[in-house]
Design a protein around this ligand. Structure first.
Ligand SMILES: [Zn+2]
Ligand SMILES: [Zn+2]
Length: 356
């Protein structure tokens, strides 16, 4: 089969590799769609501490597909089932795993990081993923491309749970890429009365407005704090989500948060420069709660799939270009340019079936 294999920093190759053969406790998935995200870009440019240098690894951790082979010991999953798969697998025994936070397990495994992932025609599913409930059947009404967005959506659910968005909240989302828009949609679903998006790229801002943002602020042209103060009656935002990788934006988030407001640092900072200077007096005197979140657990992934299956959220508009595997590097480049919606690889779609 064909697969996009990461060999080393800067070295990702589409090449012929043996099609995996599932053991008695494993499954084989035919990949429907796999999204390219910032994590993939970071692995290609910096490597990953869980991928030993020189170890070939098929990337791709946001994906969906069809079960095409089932090991004889696997119960309850049939050939032909369409599935979305939560990529993070915990050790199962540490305190975090026992508490349900497999995404915070120190000894996690993950498809596309420690295990071969979904930028391939087929992917092997190992037994811990099956036993921990990571395999979620999806109906034929949910396109593979949308189902592949369940993973980033589940991460946004994790961020939203951290700040506890509730009815009536005034929400500010800093950065309106596909992740910012997922936060916008979730905030509205959770009852936010008003959602403001701060974004410097007009193209992305327009998309946010189309997805239902109440106001777009361009912080290069307007003073974000002034705008938030005037829109919120001088209170500030109840919830601020920083959906961008920037220490300056993290600092700005604290400045515009209301008393007893909640902030989520959704995007991480670069590894070599992870320090932000924050006005902690604002946190102190306004009783602000500052949270972080990373990845999602299986419960949150299942929530994401349910919201998509029952159309409580419509992410069709977030599906950008769907590229063949041969163009995965182009997909990485376009993802880096950050001008488009989520770019996906659809390794088994014939060229005549490709719409975009
Ligand atoms: Zn991702
Ligand atoms: Zn664990």
């Amino acid at each position: 089969m064909k697969a996009a294999v990461f060999h080393n920093i800067g070295d990702l190759r589409v090449e012929e590799v043996p099609t995996p053969v599932p053991g008695p406790d494993q499954l084989l998935i035919k990949i429907g769609a796999a999204g390219i995200c910032g994590t993939d870009l970071r692995i290609l440019s910096n490597g990953h501490h869980r991928i030993p240098s020189g170890t070939p690894r098929v990337l791709g951790h946001e994906f969906s597909g069809e079960v095409v082979e089932v090991g004889r010991n696997v119960a309850g999953i049939k050939v032909g089932t369409r599935v979305a798969i939560a990529p993070n697998i915990g050790c199962g025994t540490c305190d975090e795993c026992v508490a349900g936070w497999t995404n915070l397990c120190e000894n996690y495994q993950a498809f596309g990081i420690t295990l071969d992932g979904a930028f391939a025609e087929y992917m092997l599913v190992t037994s811990p993923a099956i036993e921990q409930g990571n395999i979620i059947p999806i109906p034929s009404t949910l396109p593979y491309e949308v189902a592949a967005l369940a993973e980033p959506l589940s991460c946004c659910i994790n961020g939203q749970e951290a700040v506890g968005t509730r009815p009536g909240d005034f929400v500010l989302i800093i950065g309106s890429g596909p992740i910012g828009i997922m936060h916008l949609l979730l905030s509205k679903l959770y009852g936010a009365s008003y959602v403001v998006v701060s974004e410097i790229n007009p193209l992305r801002a327009e998309q946010a407005l189309r997805f239902g943002a109440d106001v777009w602020v361009n912080p290069q042209r307007e003073d974000l704090k002034e705008v938030i103060w005037s829109l919120s009656g001088g209170r500030g935002a109840d919830v601020v989500i920083v959906a961008a990788s920037s220490a300056a934006l993290q600092a700005q988030a604290i400045e515009v948060t209301a008393r007893r407001g909640r902030v989520n640092f959704f995007g991480g900072l670069p590894k070599n420069n992870p320090t932000a200077t924050l006005n902690t007096n604002l946190i102190h005197y306004r009783q602000i709660t500052v949270t972080g979140s990373t990845g999602a657990n299986v419960r949150q992934f299942r929530t994401a799939v349910k919201l998509l299956v029952h159309s409580r959220l419509s992410l069709e508009g977030l599906v950008g270009a769907c590229l063949p595997l041969d163009q995965v590097l182009e997909g990485f480049e376009r993802t880096k340019q950050a001008q488009e919606m989520r770019i996906l690889v659809t390794p088994n779609t014939r060229s005549e079936d490709r719409q975009k």
